[in-house]
Design a protein around this ligand. Structure first.
Ligand code: MEV
Length: 302
């Protein structure tokens, strides 16, 4: 979500962008199934100023290529400006989409050609395709429009408003060694080699996502759908041993749990999304597990 747009001095532009969390539908969204995605309270700040005063620097690893490409798409010459990216958005929470959208937005402000949300989404998606080839566009949609979104590639984007308030934990299972591009490629290979099986898993993920949406709208528990989605992601082969073991522990204490984002097989699989209707009690239970955890709240608007 883009919330701040300001000119910090006469010759600088600055924009703050929030990350996202996929509640349901990662990977299957690439194949035309629906996804549910929400903004999170972790942000990235992009500042652009004239070269000389600013250099190109980013604290998001491996993203300088994206910064250059985003500047190009915004029609701003990288030799004539400097960009600083300060990020609290970790991988899996939409960091590459946030870089794309943030740099394009700030660059267009800097060159006095502000960009509207629909054009920004189109450009940020174009830019993200550079990052991982077959982007579904769900991450750019989430960081540009914010809130809770129901998304189907090239077909639907609907903002949802929930009367019921849902709290989730985002628990770190370790940084994935693989990039999103590699994980999307891994699923593509499986889809090509074992087409029937993969199609069946991806279709079931789509069905779970539809039920997830209905339960959110009805204010019902989402523990079961989170678990169904989590187990399907394991079947799809995007969840490594560490995250599987951790998920098992969460299921044993009655939680719904799934990875969120592209996942990872070699070491960590990124953040786990954990749901329990008595989350405060669960937070106390897992206090001794020594994990990096933060809480997100979705809905509760009415
Ligand atoms: C990554 O956050 C989500 C994926 O489904 C890729 C995409 O939709 O572009 C794995």
């Amino acid at each position: 979500m883009l919330n701040t747009r300001r000119r910090v001095s006469i010759d600088e532009s600055c924009c703050e962008i929030f990350g996202k969390v996929l509640l349901s539908g990662e990977h299957s969204v690439v194949y035309g199934e629906p996804a549910l995605v929400a903004g999170v309270n972790r942000s990235m700040t992009v500042t652009i100023g004239p070269s000389g005063k600013y250099s190109l620097q980013s604290d998001v690893e491996d993203r300088m290529g994206l910064v250059y490409y985003a500047l190009e798409l915004a029609g701003v010459n990288p030799d004539r400006c400097g960009v600083t990216v300060e990020s609290d958005v970790s991988p899996g929470l939409g960091s590459s989409a946030a870089v794309c959208a943030g740099v394009i937005r700030a660059a267009r402000e800097f060159s006095e050609r502000p960009v509207g949300k629909d054009e920004l989404f189109r450009l940020a998606w174009e830019c993200e395709k550079k990052a991982h080839g077959n982007s579904s566009g769900v991450d750019p949609a989430a960081v540009v429009y914010g809130g809770l979104i129901w998304y189907i590639r090239n077909k639907e984007r609907e903002s949802l408003s929930l009367t019921h308030r849902y709290c989730f934990l985002l628990v770190d299972s370790g940084l994935p060694e693989e990039s999103t591009k590699e994980m999307v490629g891994l699923v593509r290979t499986g889809y090509t080699l074992h087409n029937k099986r993969y199609k069946r898993i991806l279709n079931r993920m789509g069905e779970v996502t539809k039920r997830f949406k209905q339960r959110l709208l009805d204010g019902k528990s989402v523990r079961g759908v989170v678990n169904e989605n989590g187990l399907l992601l394991e079947e799809l082969g995007v969840v490594g041993d560490r995250a599987r073991r951790l998920s098992e522990r969460f299921r044993e204490i009655g939680c719904g749990v799934k990875i969120t984002g592209a996942g990872g097989m070699k070491s960590g699989s990124g953040r786990l999304l954990v749901f329990h209707s008595e989350l405060q009690r669960i937070k106390e239970d897992i206090d001794g597990w020594g994990m990096d955890v933060f809480e997100i709240i979705i809905g509760g608007s009415g």
